[in-house]
Write a protein that binds this ligand. Sequence first.
Ligand code: SF4
Ligand code: SF4
Length: 319
Amino acid sequence: MNLTEERVITEIRWHARAGQGAKTAAHILAQAALRDGKYAQSFPEFGPERRGAPVQAFNRISDQPFYMHSGVTTPDVVLIVDPRLMDTIPVTDGLKTGGWVIINTPLPPQEAQQRWELGLYKVATVDASTIARETLKQDIPNVPLLGAFARVTGLVTLESLQADTIQRLQKRFRDRPQVIEANLKALERGYQEVQWVEARTTGLPETHVVSSLRRWEELPVGGIIPEPATSVVYRTGSWRLERPIFDPQKCVQCLMCWLMCPDSAILLENGKVVGIDYEHCKGCGLCSLQCPPKAKALSMVLEAELESISASGTQSKGA
Ligand code: SF4
Ligand code: SF4
């Protein structure tokens, strides 16, 4: 597995209660992605759970073939089918900074971002339950949520979701075209009515990251990595004493930090700096030194200081 391959896969995690259709929604999403010419997978983590129990389902979508089959622990997108889960389970565990949180709630995205302390993430909200009740006559919010997902991420097209919905329902509701119409309406309303807000991060530490990489202490004895280019599978960022904090508002995109970073830990998207790969940044500070003084978009902060702020609970999330 190489790093390039890892980075082109978008990982998605659904949080719902058994009976809310997360498994079906993940399946439809994968089918729609396949229809769009992508590679995709979907699978639930649960077995025959009792109705109402918290459950997860997963998707991976990519333009290239991939061979991962593990559960999603560091998603790019999380979809919350039941908003009450936000208060009971850590739905953002492992979510990448700047990733999407898409929530079924009547709250505007700014309010949701504030209420659930989601400043590190892009937040999209859609009142999927109301849409479902008005169109499908029952609270099955997964269909409008799929529409919302298509709109904000652009990872699948609405047309493919519609085509897959028709195909899936046609056999079962051959004599009831109104059911298919209602599902298409729910999908389209989710797509039209979703609202979203950007992440408010100004380089806040990634307090939610749960790493799946091995720590540097687990390097082979002698510290030798026999195969070339395998350091990406170790979490070398864990030996960092200082952390570069990136402020996107101040960045002038000169790319000097990216040029100088010895660990390729400056993250680019479409040729622009978007953040730091804390799994591999060792905290050398070169990026901060190179950042033009007029911009000052990168500053170094002691890890110990960040830990004590985090432990004392005085950190203003998303500030
Ligand atoms: S501190 Fe060093 S390793 Fe980390 S991003 Fe900056 S230049 Fe790269
Ligand atoms: S050096 Fe600073 S201003 Fe230049 S791209 Fe990096 S963060 Fe932005």
